[in-house]
Design a protein around this ligand. Structure first.
Ligand code: GCW
Length: 690
């Protein structure tokens, strides 16, 4: 009797996650799981696995070690094979074959074996191992690269996870163990390249002293097959080399870059190349000398070509002009199509403006047929609540990859225009602006780790769905327990749309606070500021309505898209509602397709965003006791901030836009809890480093 009562009490405590004292039952983190594990949290195997390989190299040694430590199955054979035996695979690809009693990983490069091993371990951790299987995988992009916006003083532009992990002040003598941990994490998701420093680059990064430090990082990352790149300042020949000019057609300038490149390759034989932000946001570039982007990029490409280095040249440009900012990158780059060297790739942000919560895809995708383009995604949440908001970005990227450009008729997705399916490019690549810093949890928010993970997975396979990746990541990072997995996965999958809804629904964009971009300031007016840095330029709210008219009657940005998309965007009745205010100035009296007044829809959508975050809090609180306390509490506290911020966003935007619409906020939604005047006084002291 007693026994069964005790069992009943235990069962009850277990089910509720509460301890005998009424305190939550705490699941302690396994002490062997280090902070640097992130999604690689599999426990060490009790017995070393048996691994066979008849070759050795630093990468193979790492691969063997990884499997010995974590694989709990049949012996594994690592087979380096001749290319023609597995001709369907690309350089980094692999084949996994499991038959009873034996696993074979076949690849024709050592990195292929490394990626294959991580795949096998992932199947084990996520409980997806079958007794027999054959899997072949090749990446969609040749270069899968992180862009760090890390400054040499270790601040990180738009970084929300502490200082830079690159300890420039301590290098080259002292080597942080995090460099290898970084290599391992990236290799586990197929990332094979990194740009160490901010695109807003000082010339100094190319100084002899700095290059010695870069060499050390490159040496640490090499076994993980991560090639190092640098962002360079276009005026380095003058600023660092003391030349009178940095004109790309000047002989001395050309000679300076050649010598500098040679110096780099003597230190780092597998150096990847340069990333360049030129003639953008005040940075120097070829246009300062009357030359084009192609002149500038080609000159650098010629210097790098003998060493197989490449130039990633950014298309993020906009001049102080009257042209709609959303049109400018296309206007500048489209005419240069076909003028770039083979080792140049143009790096294009996903949307035409600037990493806003939701943008249509940049019309450059599909439009440049003779020049390879690489998408640039922003993993760091500059415009999505920093590391305070839980926003799973795979949903945004899934939408982006699957957007139809119509460049070769229906079905010409952005994915196909960039991954080599179309146009036969010499190079394919994809970049993600990193969200990594020196914080203990690497990314500021535990769920921000999921965005780094998702970037790597989608750079490998751009057809993976957000749902698949969320599932995988939760199992790897937390648990496969359905009590946790199912609700948390739904929360992640709802989180992107939710953030868009409480921040900038229906095509609104750039309503952010000046400079730091945290929180709403649709009213901001900074005397003397460029108009296209101010929210009013984008929302265009007035007594008649709201939204940016980019139709043929307005800025005509629609014309940069292929038919029939341009007509679809142009017509108010066919434009997807999620882009309504991106392309149209909507009268306050407008009626939506479902018959609801536009103003009411705007209000309901904001409110929906707020309600969802409240639900996320409930979902999360129910997971108490299912995971460790550290991560539980961290996420719980961030969700509180997110919930408060969501209300702040909703109140600020609705109360402000109401001053134009003059319409009541529908009575069946939460009433504002703030006064507009008070919200307009908020000035957060958040630093923006560059
Ligand atoms: O989104 C904007 C950011 C800048 C950034 C710039 C860019 C690195 O606000 O901080 O500078 O884009 O992408 O170059």
């Amino acid at each position: 009797m007693r026994k069964s009562l005790l069992a009943l009490v235990c069962l009850f405590l277990f089910a509720t996650g509460k301890g005998v004292t009424g305190e939550p039952h705490i699941v302690k983190e396994d002490e062997r799981v280090s902070m640097d594990s992130l999604w690689l949290r599999t426990k060490l195997a009790t017995e070393k696995a048996t691994i066979f390989c008849d070759r050795t190299s630093p990468t193979i040694a790492l691969t063997v070690q990884e499997l010995e430590n974590y694989w709990r199955g049949a012996p594994v054979w690592l087979c380096l094979s001749k290319a023609n035996e597995i001709h369907r695979l690309k350089t980094d690809g692999y084949r996994l074959t499991a038959t009873p009693g034996q696993i074979k990983i076949t690849a024709f490069t050592e990195q292929g074996l490394l990626y294959g091993a991580f795949h096998l371990l992932r199947l084990q951790t996520t409980n997806q191992l079958e007794p027999t299987f054959q899997i072949e995988e090749s990446p969609d992009y040749d270069i899968r690269i992180l862009n760090h916006w890390d400054n040499l003083n270790r601040t990180v532009e738009r970084g929300y996870a502490g200082y830079s992990i690159w300890e420039w002040d301590k290098l080259p003598d002292s080597i942080s163990p995090r460099y290898r941990a970084y290599g391992r994490l990236n290799a586990s998701i197929g990332i094979n390249a990194t740009v160490l420093n901010n695109v807003n680059a000082p010339a100094k990064v190319l100084s002899a002293d700095m290059l010695k430090k870069v060499k050390v990082i490159a040496d640490e990352l090499r076994p993980y097959h991560i090639r190092v790149f640098l962002s360079v300042n276009f005026s380095s020949p003058a600023a660092l080399g003391g030349l009178p000019t940095s004109d790309p057609l000047n002989k001395e300038v050309i000679g300076w870059w050649k010598a500098k490149v040679k110096e780099i390759y003597q230190l780092i034989p597998d150096f990847g190349g340069f990333l360049v932000k030129a003639n953008s946001e005040g940075l120097p570039g070829p246009q300062d000398y009357g030359r084009t982007h192609a002149d500038g990029a080609n000159m650098l490409a010629d210097a790098l070509r003998p060493y197989k280095g490449i130039v990633m040249w950014r298309a993020f440009v906009y001049n102080p002009s009257n042209e709609d900012r959303a049109k400018q990158a296309y206007s500048e780059f489209k005419p240069l199509d076909g003028q770039f060297r083979e080792n140049v790739i143009i790096q294009v942000k996903n949307g035409p403006v600037d990493f806003q919560p939701r943008e249509p895809f940049s019309p450059l995708f599909g439009a440049m047929r003779q020049t390879p383009l690489m998408p640039e995604l922003q993993i760091t949440q500059e415009y999505l609540g920093f590391s305070n908001h839980l926003v799973f970005l795979a949903s945004q990227w899934e939408e982006f990859f699957n957007s139809d450009t119509y460049c070769n008729g229906a079905g010409s997705t952005v994915a196909k225009t960039t991954d080599g399916t179309f146009f036969n490019p010499q190079l394919t690549a994809i970049a993600g602006v990193a969200n990594i810093g020196a914080d203990a949890n690497w990314c500021g928010h535990y769920f921000a780790q999921a965005n780094w993970y998702a970037f790597g997975r989608m750079a490998w396979n751009n057809q993976l769905t957000a749902a698949t990746i969320a599932d995988e990541w939760i199992r790897m990072t937390f648990t496969s327990d359905p009590e946790f997995l199912d609700p948390v996965r739904s929360m992640m999958l709802d989180s992107y749309e939710t953030a868009v809804n409480y921040m900038m629904p229906l095509g609104l964009h750039h309503l952010f606070a000046w400079e730091h971009h945290y929180g709403p300031e649709p009213w901001t007016d900074i005397p003397g500021a460029r108009p296209d840095w101010l929210p009013s330029y984008y929302h265009q709210a007035n007594k008649d309505g709201i939204g940016f008219d980019r139709t043929t009657a307005g800025s005509n940005a629609v014309s940069q898209y292929f038919s029939p998309l341009r007509e679809e965007f142009n017509d108010l009745t066919t434009c997807p509602e999620k882009f309504l205010l991106w392309f149209h100035h909507i009268p306050w009296s407008y009626t939506m397709k479902n018959g609801q007044p536009f103003w009411d829809t705007l209000c309901y959508t904001y409110d929906n965003g707020v309600q969802k975050v409240r639900e996320f809090q409930k979902v999360w609180d129910r997971t108490e006791g299912l995971i460790d306390e550290t991560r539980f509490r961290h996420v719980q506290s961030r969700l509180k901030i997110q919930a408060r911020d969501a209300v702040w966003w909703k109140d600020a935007c609705l109360l402000y836009f109401q001053t134009f619409s003059g319409l009541p906020i529908p009575y069946n939604i939460e009433r504002p809890v703030h006064e507009l005047d008070d919200l307009m006084k908020i000035k957060l002291d958040l630093k923006h480093h560059n």
